[in-house]
Write a new protein. Sequence first.
Length: 89
Amino acid sequence: MIAGRHGEAVPFGFEAANSQSDRYLSLAFPGKTPSGEFLPAYIKMRAGKGFEYIELWAWTLGDKVVVQSRKVNEDEAPKVLLSALPYNC
């Protein structure tokens, strides 16, 4: 898997160093924008001989964090992911 956001020049991977379990990976929430809003992340992953793209959103609802994802077409993914190759995992 490899991830990126619209407007960012470099894709990023996931690192387990800040995760409490090796089964889960941390993603900064809220985001690192000046307003603290979470910008959607897009994940590119291998699927058979091709790739799939997932859009990932998160927001607060009361004292809970809601995470929503959906499969998107390649033309909806950030341009930085189109030429990036996912890490082997």
